[in-house]
Design a protein around this ligand. Sequence first.
Ligand SMILES: [Zn+2]
Length: 470
Amino acid sequence: MEEFDVVIGLEIHAELKTKTKVFCSCKNEFGAKPNENTCPVCTGMPGALPIINKRAVELCIKAGLCFGCTISHYAVMERKNYFYPDLAKAYQISQMVYPICVGGEITLKDGKVKRLNRIHLEEDAGKLTHISRATGTLIDYNRGGTPLIEIVTEPDFTSPEEVDEFLKRVRESLVYADIADCKMEEGGMRCDVNLSLKPKGSTILGTRTEMKNLNSFKSVTRAIEYEIKRQKEILLDGGKIIQETRKWDDAKGKNMSMRSKEDSQDYRYFPDPDILPISITDDDIESIKSEMPVLPQKRREIYVEKYGLPEYDAQILTSSKYISDYFETCLKIYDSPKKISNWIMGDLLKLVKGREEFTFPIEEKYLCEIIKMVEERLINKNVGLQLMNDVIETGKSPAVLAKENNLIVVISEEEILKILNAFKEENSKVVQDYKVQPEKVIGFIVGHVMKSTGGKANPAIVKELIKKIF
Ligand SMILES: [Zn+2]
């Protein structure tokens, strides 16, 4: 079935992490009682006047900076007119002609560039809950007026795998930069998929369908696979694709026609006369740039190229900003990237396995102290792990606990000296060599001491003593 090219474009909505809604001062929070966070503005009362939330504009600019968009100096909020019960004023305040961010791109792992068309700011609608035919439908306007960004891509995608990677990259960046939580299960990030097929190699796009509000990575993939198959079958059968919005039913694993798809002109967009155009200065942009963290993609590059970590480690360490920040704090205390990575990936992550949100139960400085003890062979790895658990349990420092529990069993300097002196007498050749090129033989001598003490000497001390007496 290689007769068709698949063409996919995405519209991704993410709820912004602001304290209040985008055009009123109602709280922007998930999980409140129905209609608790509402006022005349966000329930669309006639005559109520919106005031734009500056932070929402800033977060939209920040999102643009994540993906290399051009930030507009002049942006306009427009009314998108349509009626739906979850949108009481019969228009959504959105952006059309002058969005805040234009262009931008994300490069996938295989080097393919996926272009953004724009990122704009808009408000979310309320939430309808259909109970039953008898009881009817309940409306909760808490979500109405929640600030959203909509990321619109160019039709650059050809497979569900590309879409999946792209969405994960978008989410990762938005979460890192503290723009949005992107909790898909709470509707914090949703994806609309526009999909069409065209004869292989053709430059003319086919008729597209739109699937709205897909709210998990898995359902996006399944919905795309299903829709490709559905359109293929119709086209191979000589039929025509109808431009429409189709609703994906995740439980049934199929989609069905919802309504014929409108084009943008059907919404009769026009500038909202209640909201002044937004003016964005270079200083505004610079100040938002200064609060940008290093994004995960860049961190992975640094971890691999500068710290010499395997790609696999870099991937896991950057899987959340928290882990990545933790790792980097450790690195400032104890500069041994691979050792720290091993402890975090192998031992710390095991402790929080299965939890979606977590903090590691041990402070960075204490973890580093333990790693250092193990590296200096003051304790072995198993004792180190035990010590970590004890630190977590008691909150005491590793040094204190090691002393209290007599964990550090090391050979005294005196005994090391005895071994070194004996070695010196029996190995005059090595002593000669040491005088000429100490760095060439010091390792050999340390090795001898470690061997004859069963690994219980502290190599740093051994080195110091060698330097003193040889
Ligand atoms: Zn309100």
